[in-house]
Write a protein that binds this ligand. Structure first.
Ligand code: FES
Length: 206
């Protein structure tokens, strides 16, 4: 098991263990070894939890029962791997429209651009939804440091060797996943992961 963990139940905040926290201004945030991060969107101490979820009756159940289900798009030199569940719609893939299409009309054309351009684009994907295979080797791990980075008015970017544990033994992530984004606005339909709802629900998280 990885040393750093994020643990939660249906009704709880996110409990981080042995995980460095970086604020939305790129500042290191001093925390105890175990600390709680808001995921109801209502804390007065964001990104930390202040207990408001209990007063508001927060329920973190997913409305969408999607689970990781990898899709493979094979090309001559590279296979694009897409995990629809993890996608937060950050949109970096749209920068390479010939390969990934647009937000409204996505596609996966692994032979439509140089391999190095496809790899550079995939590596910008913060949610881990996109990865790739060259030869027989999957490439999913890009982060050396293990930490949680707060995005201003957006999700928690979890990077490095972090195990995500819930109270239902859910296999939310691949065992070797090293980056994913967790909802902290309370509005995601794919809780605990971010689905991009913070972009439209007016979330202000600092
Ligand atoms: S932070 Fe809640 S959906 Fe992105």
């Amino acid at each position: 098991m990885k040393k750093s963990q994020i643990i939660f139940s249906t009704f709880s905040p996110l409990m981080a263990v042995d995980t460095e926290l970086v604020g939305s201004g790129a500042e290191a945030v001093a925390t105890p070894r175990v600390y709680s991060l808001c995921r109801c969107g209502e804390s007065g101490r964001k990104p930390l939890c202040d207990g408001t979820h209990a007063k508001k009756g927060f329920v973190g159940e997913r409305e969408d029962s999607n689970k990781p289900a990898l899709e493979y798009y094979r090309g001559g030199e590279i296979t694009i791997v897409y995990d629809r569940y993890l996608c937060m719609g950050a949109g970096f893939c749209g920068e390479l429209e010939a390969v990934f299409g647009t937000h409204d009309a996505p596609k996966y054309e692994p032979d439509a651009a140089p391999v190095e351009d496809i790899i550079a684009t995939i590596r910008k994907c913060p949610s881990g939804a996109l990865s790739y295979i060259v030869g027989n080797e999957p490439f999913r791990k890009y982060y050396g440091a293990t930490r949680i980075v707060v995005e201003k008015d957006g999700p928690l970017h979890c990077q490095g060797e972090i195990t995500l544990i819930d109270d239902q033994d859910s296999d939310l992530l691949l065992p070797d996943a090293d980056h994913f984004t967790l909802c902290r606005c309370g509005g995601s339909k794919k809780k605990p992961v971010c689905d991009g709802s913070h972009e439209t629900n007016g979330f202000k998280g600092g």
